[in-house]
Design a protein around this ligand. Structure first.
Ligand SMILES: Cc1ncc(COP(=O)(O)O)c(C=O)c1O
Length: 496
């Protein structure tokens, strides 16, 4: 039996294989956050045992000497050793002291994690995203940025406080377990959607979600699989395309023109069609009544569902938005909505509205992967909807967005008159068609050299489409918008 040499704690003396190679000394491992000292000592010794530095049969020195060598108190060491003994790494053998026991089948070295046994879903999901390059810019026009001014702090805080007081009582009466979300929020949402969006909704058709992405995931799981077809607009929202494609279904892009998706290019058969009819993402065009009717007919004939992403309706800043398609065909259109832009991303509040048979399926499949979002946020959402606070918030938010939008259009007209702006009524960005002699890459690179960031459209399109860029504006103060456009114009003059 070997004895641990604590005079140096030189693990070479222990005869361990790694020790002999590395010549390291046994020192206390660096602390982990929140870790107690005795647990750290135990981890150090456990790692030494499982890593082969303290081979089975090694006799540990007396407590006092070992504690001194590790720089801890005797009590701390005794606590650590008691734990390791209980775990089976040490055995107290009467007079001969404490002896190391190595579990028979313990792997000597941890496996490197560069060969993860990923599922086909994960592999597809990892290849489906669009990475927007990071980087610091003087003026950042890239899409997807939160707009801090759109957070109705006072109204939301008051609603949270009111509802927090009721949460305890609700928890006791057991009504919180509905996988679709609290009934009163689904009631409030139905009333809001029927009044403000021309929907045809009853609370039984509503499921609360953590945002559009979780709705897409839930529906994609239920309806798609390899061998099936999902249709998206071209260009489209990459989050939707990726969620649909991750199922292994074929995702067919259908070209968009100034009137939205062109129904004549639809495949004859598909299971889902992801659509942004109110404000096509990213071009901003609106789908007209005739095409809406054609798409509903196509869905009914083919037993397909239309996923209507109404992401920009509440951010409509010019005129009135068209009513949702769901109101025309509640049997075929599943309406998706999110408050991640119009309240704040942190609330993670969204919903889907589906025909009751679809909702009944989701109510049973959701508990396998997910739960309803936080009840407090859901109750606060019902509160701001019912009290009119959300409507008041939107009136203010729309004014702010409309003003910044005007500033952007004026700046573009002055500095870049040959950039053709689309998507003028809604949303937080504009879609700009570039002049014929300028490619997206040229525009994005030239802008970056002057500290201005833009989003290119090509990554959102299967066909590449016409050269265009997106400029998100709502998160930028007017002076920044003007400065950004001026820099953009000078960057192009300099690079040509
Ligand atoms: C087209 C589109 N749909 C939906 C969303 C909202 O998604 P989520 O609720 O998952 O944040 C966004 C946000 O960027 C969007 O651009």
């Amino acid at each position: 039996m070997k004895a641990l040499d604590v005079n140096t704690l030189d693990v070479k003396a222990l005869g361990g294989r790694e020790a002999a190679e590395s010549g390291d000394e046994l020192a206390l491992s660096p602390p982990l956050p929140g870790e107690a000292l005795h647990a750290r000592v135990a981890r150090t010794l456990r790692d030494a045992i499982t890593g082969g530095l303290l081979p089975g049969g090694t006799r540990l020195p007396g407590h006092r000497r070992l504690a001194r060598a590790l720089g801890v108190s005797r009590n701390t060491l005794v606590d650590a050793l008691a734990g390791l003994e209980a775990e089976g790494y040490l055995r107290v053998q009467g007079r001969s002291g404490t002896v190391v026991c190595v579990p028979a089948s313990f792997p000597e070295v941890a496996q490197p994690l560069d060969d993860l046994p990923l599922s086909a879903w994960a592999t597809r999901a990892l290849s489906g995203g669009v990475d927007d390059a990071g980087g610091e810019y003087t003026v950042d026009f890239r899409v997807g940025q939160p707009v801090p001014e759109l957070y109705p702090e006072a109204a939301w805080t008051a609603a949270l406080a009111r509802q927090a007081g009721r949460l305890g009582r609700r928890t006791q009466d057991g009504r919180l377990s509905d996988p679709l979300g609290p009934l009163e929020t689904r009631r409030a949402l139905s009333a809001y959607l029927n009044a403000a969006r021309g929907a045809r909704v009853t609370p039984e058709m509503v499921m609360l979600t953590g945002g559009t992405q979780s709705a897409l995931d839930a529906l994609a799981r239920v309806f798609l699989e390899p061998g099936r077809v999902a249709v998206v607009e071209d260009p489209t929202y990459p989050g939707a395309r990726a969620a649909l494609a991750a199922t292994g279904a074929a995702v067919v892009p259908v070209a968009v023109d100034g009137g939205g998706l062109q129904p004549q290019h639809l495949p004859p058969q598909a299971t889902l069609l992801y659509l942004t009819p109110g404000c096509q993402y990213p071009t901003g065009v609106t789908l007209g009544a005739a095409r809406r009717a054609e798409l509903i007919l196509w869905a009914r004939r083919g037993n397909a569902f239309i996923l209507e992403d109404d992401y920009a309706a509440d951010l409509h800043h010019t005129g009135r938005p068209l009513p949702v398609m769901q109101g025309l065909a509640p049997d075929r259109v599943i309406l998706l909505g999110s408050f991640s832009k119009s309240l704040a991303p942190a609330t993670r509040s969204g919903f889907l509205v589906a025909p009751p048979p679809v909702l009944r399926v989701l109510a049973r499949t959701r508990p396998l992967t997910d739960r309803a979002p936080g009840t407090l946020d859901a109750l606060a959402l019902a509160d701001v909807l019912d009290s009119g606070a959300y409507a008041r918030h939107l009136r203010r938010a729309r004014q702010l967005i409309a003003h910044r939008h005007e500033v952007l259009l004026a700046a573009l007209a002055e500095w870049l008159p040959d950039w053709e702006v689309r998507g003028v009524a809604s949303g937080l960005h504009v879609h700009v068609r570039l002049p014929a002699d300028l490619s997206e890459t040229q525009a994005v690179r030239a802008a970056a050299r002057r500290g201005v960031a833009l989003s290119a459209v090509a990554p959102l399109s299967a066909s590449g489409g016409e050269p265009a860029v997106l400029l998100a504006f709502a998160h930028l103060p007017p002076d920044d918008i003007r400065r950004g456009v001026r820099l953009l114009a000078t960057s192009l003059t300099a690079s040509l």
